[in-house]
Design a protein around this ligand. Structure first.
Ligand code: ADP
Ligand code: MG
Length: 744
């Protein structure tokens, strides 16, 4: 289309070099907007031909796969494309005075109505006589055919031809000021003038994996000849994405292992042995295996970087305390960090009970003894009174520990008289200096990013790190974004756990039954949780705020029961008091925000009601449910679904949680429903983001890319013989992830 071909393009050429006329094209209101090339830069960050080619089509119109209107009735529920000509356009106002445009599309076999609400401009966009390609889900609504979530493309002159001649037409994501058509023409022009595109991967790897060439794939992903070549091209480009990610992961993992000297701990000591022997229960097989893995890591001369994943209640804290003991019996310090005050308190209580058998005791429960006038130096005296080795001193550091107590704890840590510190992430990370920290256990409520991993390490000299997560991580995620960590999995529940029966409530009658269930359980001596989504009514319409809900329940539903309210804005001491009353059975029902999501261990609680359950993610709901079913009684989780009946995603999510109690199955489902982008902020962390690959679906490609990446790094740890791969890392990773990759 350009007559002046100019010099050959490279991937670094500016987009305007592709075709000046196209790049300057203006669309939008009276064509006063910025030129296309500017829009590309602003909207998508595309400023070179290379970037342009990575702007992959978001879908395709495949003429050979289109369906005649006459057949739609038999394709209900399927994703289909229909191509036809506009026969008539009607505009009218609905009774609610909304604009409604109906476009009648005819393809020789039948007529399909496309309906647009509140988009009056569609009447002129889809004029009579134009040819349209419409994709969507075939459905019959009130006796009429329609395509749900329809997407419409106008096929103009030449496009209609290419489509008619059997070509697959790419639809690129457009933006205000640039049409998908202009983008398509730019990409087409660029590919015509680019010499063969270099392959970023070593030729032997490409051959052994039987991948298509980069040149073929970049061309075919935009303009495929047929569905098979599109598939092959996409696989190749997905492999590239996953390989870059895995290469980074492998590089970082091996670099850390090679260069960082860790502390060699004595994993088979007196204290850890006595601890395991003194536990009031049998360890599960999974706990034994994990304890062994942790012990081996800690005894090795390189730092541990281990992820411990296990469902709520699978017994992670037992393992965490073991790791702490290994550090302490080797003469060092340990810390266990939790995301919330409540959870830190819970770990602290667990420590108090499980460490008693090895002489563990709380710093603050010890008489300050010779301490006069709180002279810090006198703490040393304390240490001398109590011979080292016999004692294990632990302490809690939360916002609730204040004044002199706080001072004592801080000094104990700094001077090494506190062996194990349990606290919240925020406090431990920001406020504390350790004398000799060699193991840090991080208990994470949610999924964590690169940032946390980098910050934490700075607290000790290459401390061993054990990251615990109660949100099981889908396998593919553990192999990719967390792929530099070694993984232990507690995939077995302690004996005697009863699965929780989960139901979803959508009607008023069912709601009453749910309240009846609470009553019955309380009458039988049990307790119940009611969880609400937020603490005030900032989101007035839908959220049943905990405070309002507590009032309502007290007044209208359970006037005769003992209710307590717990929310995140209460002072730590208040929270503790409420939790204590509930724990000892002085309250029947605890109404709370998600503060209780983690850390509450009240085996007598057997009912969990969740208001506006549709507002919670799968992982969160699973966490909440894990709060019950901890005792000997059958337990019930009841989810109130207030979502709109059309909200298929919410329905799918709640049905999934009702269907299974397997956290790992739910994690996979979560990934499938939400996609990787939402798991944590990939972009912000600077990890490469995946444009084509889908972790939930591309398990096989993940494994292949991972195996190749590790083989490459193991054969050439510094990538000295693969400068092009080092370069690949430099431009695939950015920001904090660069630090993580090369330095920290
Ligand atoms: P998690 O942190 O994985 O949710 P916890 O470590 O808090 O689980 O353990 C939950 C409860 O189960 C605690 O009361 C703990 O003492 C108990 N527990 C842990 N391991 C076992 C086991 N092997 N047998 C019986 N009870 C156990
Ligand atoms: Mg726990």
């Amino acid at each position: 289309m350009s007559d002046d071909k100019g010099p050959p393009l490279t991937l670094d050429s500016p987009v305007s070099d592709v075709d000046r006329r196209l790049a300057n094209r203006r669309t939008g209101v009276r064509t006063k907007g910025p030129p296309a090339s500017q829009v590309l830069a602003d909207a998508f960050g595309i400023d070179s031909v290379g970037h342009l080619l990575r702007h992959y089509p978001r879908r395709y119109i495949d003429r050979s796969a289109t369906v005649p209107v006459g057949e739609l009735r038999f394709r209900q529920g399927q994703q289909v494309t229909v191509i036809g000509r506009v026969k008539r356009v009607d505009r009218r106002l609905t009774r609610r005075r909304q604009s409604m445009v109906t476009v009648k599309l005819y393809d020789g076999t039948g007529t399909l109505d496309l309906v647009f609400f509140n988009q009056p401009w569609t009447a002129s966009t889809y004029r009579e006589g134009l040819e349209l390609a419409v994709s969507g889900q075939a459905a019959v609504y009130r006796g009429r055919l329609q395509l749900a979530n329809q997407e419409v493309e106008v096929l103009r002159g030449d496009e209609a031809e290419t489509v008619h001649t059997g070509r697959i037409t790419p639809i690129h994501r457009a933006a205000e000021g640039i049409s998908t058509r202009t983008i398509r023409e730019l990409v087409h022009g660029a590919l015509e003038r680019l010499p063969p595109i270099d392959d970023p991967l070593p030729p032997d790897l490409v051959a052994e994996e039987a991948l298509e060439s980069e040149d073929f794939s970049l061309r075919a992903v935009h303009f495929p000849e047929d569905p098979q070549s599109l598939q092959r091209a996409t696989d190749r480009l997905k492999f590239d994405e996953l390989f870059a990610l895995e290469l980074g992961v492998a590089y970082r993992k091996r670099r850390v292992e090679r260069t960082e000297k860790g502390v060699v701990h004595a994993s088979e000591g007196q204290a850890s042995g006595a601890y395991v022997a003194g536990l009031p229960f049998e360890l599960t097989q999974a706990q034994r295996r994990t304890i062994k893995e942790v012990g081996e890591d800690m005894a090795a001369p390189r730092p541990m970087n281990r992820l411990l994943q296990g469902d709520v209640g699978s017994g992670k804290t037992v393992v965490a305390l073991y790791a702490a003991l290994v550090a302490v019996q080797s003469g060092h310090q340990a810390t266990i960090m939790a995301p919330t005050e409540v959870l830190a308190g819970q770990h602290f209580r667990t420590a108090r009970s499980l460490l008693a058998s090895v002489g563990g005791r709380d710093l603050l429960s010890m008489k300050a003894g010779a301490r006069v006038g709180d002279q810090p130096s006198l703490l040393d005296g304390l240490g001398q009174e109590e011979p080292e080795g016999d004692r294990l001193t632990f302490a809690l550091l939360t916002a609730g520990v204040t004044g002199k107590d706080r001072q004592r704890v801080m000094e104990g840590i700094r001077e090494g008289t506190v062996d194990l510190l349990i606290g919240t992430h925020a406090l431990v990370q920001e406020g504390v200096e350790f004398a000799d920290l060699t193991v840090a256990v991080i208990d994470e409520q949610h999924r964590f990013g690169v940032h946390q991993r980098v910050v934490l390490k700075e607290k000790g000299v290459h401390p061993d790190m054990l990251i615990m997560t109660a949100t099981p991580i889908p396998r593919t995620l553990a192999l990719t974004y967390y792929g530099d960590l070694d993984v232990s999995t507690l995939d077995e529940m302690p004996a005697g756990r009863r699965p929780v029966a989960t139901t979803v409530v959508r009607s008023a009658a069912e709601r009453l039954q749910a309240y009846e269930r609470v009553r019955e359980e309380v009458a039988g001596g049990r307790q119940a949780f009611v969880v609400c989504a937020a603490i005030d009514e900032a989101n007035r319409l839908e959220v049943r705020a905990a405070e309002k809900e507590a009032e309502r329940l007290a007044r209208e539903v359970f006037p005769d029961l003992r209710l307590e309210l717990l929310h995140g804005r209460m002072r730590p001491a208040e929270k503790e008091a409420v939790m204590d009353r509930f724990r000892v059975g002085e309250a029947d029902v605890l109404i709370s925000t998600t503060v209780i999501e983690v850390g509450v261990d009240v085996p007598n609680a057997t009912v969990m009601l969740v208001e506006n359950a549709e507002r919670f993610g799968l992982a969160q709901l699973h966490q909440l449910r894990g709060r019950i079913g901890r005792g000997d009684h059958p337990s019930y989780c009841i989810l109130f679904d207030e979502s709109h009946p059309d909200n298929a995603e919410a329905r799918a999510r709640l049905d999934a949680i009702a269907r299974t109690t397997d956290g790992f199955a739910l994690a996979d489902e979560d990934l499938r429903l939400r996609g990787e982008g939402t798991l944590f902020d990939v972009r912000q962390s600077g990890m490469p983001d995946l444009k084509l690959a889908r972790l939930a679906d591309d398990v096989d490609l993940v494994r292949r890319a991972r195996a190749r990446a590790f083989a490459t790094v193991d054969g050439d740890p510094g990538l000295d013989r693969h400068p092009e791969l080092l370069e690949l890392l430099r431009h695939s990773f950015s920001g904090e992830a660069i630090e993580w990759l090369f330095h920290s």
